[in-house]
Design a protein around this ligand. Structure first.
Ligand code: SF4
Ligand code: SF4
Length: 204
């Protein structure tokens, strides 16, 4: 019973001599310790490839993906007024460097519309049906990871090396079937590629 009282007394004497343990923020700037989880920030210098995995994993639904195929644009928006600073987006980012939790903590505001950041990416669309394949940066990132193995996938070949294009991207072919043999060398979504290969191999 006595020991805790003595410890409190020691703390009180220490605080009188050396000042309080707590920081003087907001009267003085406060430097958070390493590992502090503050406002997440996207890396738009190539770290983020626009895959959207962070939006899938975010438990607070603080990251949203908005696709505009007609403008070939993907906008990823992060809102720190909804963020719970769990760090899952950083931990599970596909590239490992697309989003980072910073030491920014002074985020109080009366205007929540200011609490958002966006990052934009170019979308690659299927040249047969117009469906979204992925962002260009994401395809290039996958191609780089695969190295020589990328040559197994024409969509990756064409994205990584435009000069390899053997079939024009224009798909207006009156009189031809909806999916034809030369579509193999076009950028395709998985569904169109499956149909093209099945028709080529089995004539279905
Ligand atoms: S690269 Fe990382 S930060 Fe960018 S969209 Fe994918 S998971 Fe999110
Ligand atoms: S830190 Fe957590 S809540 Fe905030 S954006 Fe990332 S995953 Fe979502």
């Amino acid at each position: 019973m006595k020991k805790p009282k003595l410890r409190e007394l020691k703390e009180a004497v220490r605080a009188v001599i050396f000042g309080p343990y707590t920081s003087k923020y907001p009267f003085e700037p406060h430097e958070p310790p390493d590992g502090f989880r503050g406002r997440p920030v996207f890396d738009d210098n190539g770290g983020c490839v626009g895959c959207g995995a962070c939006a899938e994993i975010c438990p607070a639904l603080a990251i949203e993906v908005h696709d505009e195929p007609e403008r070939r644009l993907r906008i990823i928006e992060q809102r720190w007024d909804k963020c719970i600073f769990c760090g899952q987006c950083e931990l599970n980012c596909t590239t490992g460097e697309g989003i980072r939790l910073t030491k920014e903590y002074d985020l109080a505001t009366l205007d929540r519309s200011q609490c958002r950041q966006q990052i934009e990416h170019e979308l690659v669309l299927c040249e047969v049906c117009g469906a979204i394949v992925a962002t260009r940066k994401h395809l290039l990132w996958v191609a780089k990871k695969l190295g020589a193995k990328l040559y197994a996938n024409p969509t990756l070949i064409l994205t990584a090396d435009g000069s390899a294009r053997l079939a024009p991207p224009d798909v207006s072919r009156p009189g031809e079937p909806a999916i034809a043999r030369n579509d193999i060398m076009r950028i395709q979504c998985p569904a169109c590629r499956r149909t093209t290969v099945a028709r080529e191999l089995w004539g279905q």
